[in-house]
Design a protein around this ligand. Structure first.
Ligand SMILES: [Zn+2]
Length: 151
């Protein structure tokens, strides 16, 4: 196994676990730049993962705290699906990844509450987050967020 050097994750790993929920707290702060929130819809929002597995690691969550996908209303699910689709199109156009890993984060040990995670995958070695190969992230989260905001 090759070593993944990801010093930016040390802040996350060494930080005390927050009692709050990032997906409830971040949008209420009304500091979208600081929270790296790049999209707001009526019932869901999109934000960059502050501790990404790869460039363009996006999280989408409802404003309402829910525990799992089955707790989403039909409207929340539809908005989440549409924002996921928009994010994938924007990332594909601006970063041209070779693929995506899309999944759900469910429960406190998986992050907090419920969110959708979209992560890019590149064949050239700049990121294969599920394969445990070496990983390189060539862009910062704020830089990636600005690229998505320009769309
Ligand atoms: Zn929450």
């Amino acid at each position: 196994m090759r070593t993944i050097w990801a010093p930016w994750r040390s802040t996350f790993v060494s930080a005390g676990k927050s009692k709050g929920c990032i997906f409830c707290d971040a949008p209420k702060s009304n500091q979208d730049d600081e929270a790296m929130i790049f999209a707001r819809r009526a019932s869901v929002f999109g934000m960059m993962n502050r501790f990404p597995y790869n460039t363009g690691h996006v999280l989408i969550a409802p404003y309402r705290h829910v525990r799992a996908v089955e707790d989403l209303s039909a409207g929340e699910w539809e908005e989440m699906r549409c924002l996921m689709s928009n994010c994938i199109a924007a990332i594909r156009e601006s970063m041209a990844p070779d693929g995506f890993n899309v999944g759900f984060n469910v429960g406190k040990t998986a992050g907090a509450g419920f969110s959708t995670s979209i992560c890019t995958s590149f064949q050239d070695g700049t990121g294969t987050p599920t394969s445990c190969r070496s990983l390189q992230i060539p862009r910062s989260c704020p830089s990636t967020s600005r690229r998505l905001l320009r769309r």
